[in-house]
Ligand binder design. Structure first.
Ligand code: HEC
Length: 256
């Protein structure tokens, strides 16, 4: 099992080891003892995950991890890789920096930025009275951590997102995106309404997929074949999500 830490935690580790060394000498470095760890807290994640290997099909850009984040941060302070092919996992996270506020089951990209979070395993904020001596257990219970599930949860589902216009009430372009299976069935390999001769998603070809075009082309780039400028008006169509869509489509646009 491989341990991944960002620069922040490496600095922290460095400080900790300097402190350990300096405890035997009289160097003035002791003033750094303000660095503390959520020492004693142990988070143990076990059980089966579904579709974990779909991330490795996207190449080396993404990694599934159990990770601790400081509040409002999208770069983990500490993380451990979930081995993609393993049927069940057994991961322990400990020695967290005090700033960690949540431990999450998520996918990070090549610069260690969180791209999708599947679940909050533990929130220190929400459990201020938790006794650090009690291990935090999390049973994965077959949770779907596949790429499409991530795209669906993060980008498509929920109030104010695609559901607003492609949901139960109205279905712009006759496209219903409610439900993982249904949205997939209405996107992949289906003829687009707005661009004749094109498909919404062509597996393996993001540039010719209307979904990807709708998610990346704004009116300012030139006349659009569809009327509604999604890029300028729909939440979540930022660079990381656009890249995730692209990578997913180019890797074959699989559901699982
Ligand atoms: C405020 C309303 C609105 C929201 C929110 C919205 N869309 Fe749309 N979408 C439309 C309209 C209207 C059309 C079709 C008509 C047009 O623009 O020509 C459309 C068309 C599309 C098409 C083209 C479908 C085809 O068959 O040609 C795709 C793909 C699409 N939307 C994806 C999305 C995704 C993905 C989201 C969420 C990230 C989203 N839309 C959010 C209004 C919306």
């Amino acid at each position: 099992m491989q341990i991944v830490m960002n620069i922040h935690s490496k600095i922290l580790l460095g400080l900790v080891s300097v402190l350990a060394l300096s405890s035997c000498d009289d160097g003035d470095i002791k003033t750094s003892s303000a660095v503390t760890l959520k020492d004693g807290y142990v988070v143990k994640v076990t059980g089966a995950l579904a579709n974990a290997s779909s991330w490795s099909e996207l190449g080396k850009s993404y990694t599934l991890v159990v990770a601790g984040f400081a509040e409002g941060d999208s770069f983990p302070t500490i993380s451990k890789i979930i081995p993609p092919e393993s049927e069940s996992i057994d991961i322990t996270l400990s020695g967290m920096e005090n700033s960690v506020s949540t431990v999450e089951l998520c996918a990070i990209n090549s610069i260690y930025k969180r791209v999708v979070s599947y679940d909050t395993i533990f929130s220190f904020q929400d459990n201020p009275d938790w006794d650090p001596r009690d291990t935090i257990f999390y049973e994965a219970d077959g949770r779907d951590v596949g790429v499409y599930c991530g795209i669906y949860n993060k980008l498509i589902a929920g109030k104010g997102k695609c559901f607003r216009c492609h949901g139960e009430g109205s279905a712009a372009a006759d496209m219903h995106l409610v439900g993982k299976e249904r949205s997939y069935a209405e996107l992949v390999g289906v003829d687009a309404k707005t661009v004749s001769g094109s498909k919404r998603v062509v597996a393996g070809d993001a540039d010719n997929s209307v979904l990807y075009r709708v998610a990346t082309e704004a009116k300012t780039d030139g006349a659009l074949p569809w009327h509604y400028d999604h890029v300028s008006n729909v939440d979540g169509l930022d660079y990381n999500n656009q890249k995730l869509l692209r990578d997913w489509i180019n890797a074959g646009a699989k559901m699982n």
